[in-house]
Ligand binder design. Sequence first.
Ligand code: KG4
Ligand code: ZN
Length: 341
Amino acid sequence: MKILAIETSCDETSAAVVKNGKEILSNVVASQVEFHKKYGGIVPEIASRKHIEVIAAVVNQALADSKIPLKRIDAVAATYGPGLVGSLIVGLNYAKAIAYALKKPFISVNHIEGHIYANFLNSPPFSPSLIKRGGRGVSFPFVCLVVSGGHTQLILIKDHGKYETLGRTRDDAAGEAFDKVARFLGIGYPGGPVIDEMAKKGDPKAIDFPRAMMDEAYDFSFSGLKTAVVNYVKRNGKPKKLPDLVASFQQAAVDILVEKTIKAAKNKKVKWIALAGGVSANSRLRADLSSRTKKEGFDVSIPPLYLCTDNAAMIGSAAYYLIKKGKKSNLDVEAVSTLRI
Ligand code: KG4
Ligand code: ZN
């Protein structure tokens, strides 16, 4: 089954053709980052306009790359939430129109569910031990840490479509904390990749920032960590070696994420841990989760970088498993900006 999938929940216009939920035949991503850079954050009005400008070209390119003509597509999928509503409706309506014209099934997909399914796509897994065993993909049940610009959630995944949210952030998402700290320090946009790069030159032990809510079960809090960085700079001024500050912030954020994920996996007695969402592109998180899982005897699935940040291939994978469970959406489904898993 070949699915054409479209993702426009935030500031990336993406279309992909995915075969049987696993094989990426094409995956085109048009980023708007350059247009939002000068504002230091995403401007929703600009985001929706830019999606409109490029959606047709992105979808055509995805079809051309896949070498699958439109009439041989079996179903059409699109993200319907959560996200910016003006952005969501562009991809959602484009996908609905194609499904209607082709008289093919339409499937609406939750963006967070999409991120999780990046772990089901056939792509080299990050974990060296898995590569050695020739293994790929996760098996049920598993714990997935979903960390992006809008969400930080620990989810127990029992089977396709069977989710139990164990914990979520009570304030800022992890990616939001990276973005806000970078903006405060004036080091660039988007904050996550900038901090990741700068931290490589710093000492993560230089400043002992607080690790919030370590004793609580699975919920997170990142706004205190962000405030601790702000207060540190207000008290001491910007350190001469800014990478030390940045690396210390990053290490605190990563320690919280890794600790809670391992705790959840142990308590829920799963064998597998998976990572998803834009922040899983973070090199320190990837390295630390990898070494901790190895030490503790868990198998770990960490998608390649291009499947961590927003992309339509993950939506195509999630849609396949929804169809297999008999799901089909009506064409009157609307965008839901606050959709939960
Ligand atoms: O999943 P995503 O592409 O969009 C949302 O659904 O939010 O995630 C974007 C978030 C941003 O906050 C960005 O700063 C963060 O992911 N991010 C990173 C890295 N790359 C992207 N955070 C830390 N380190 C990175 N290397
Ligand atoms: Zn996302």
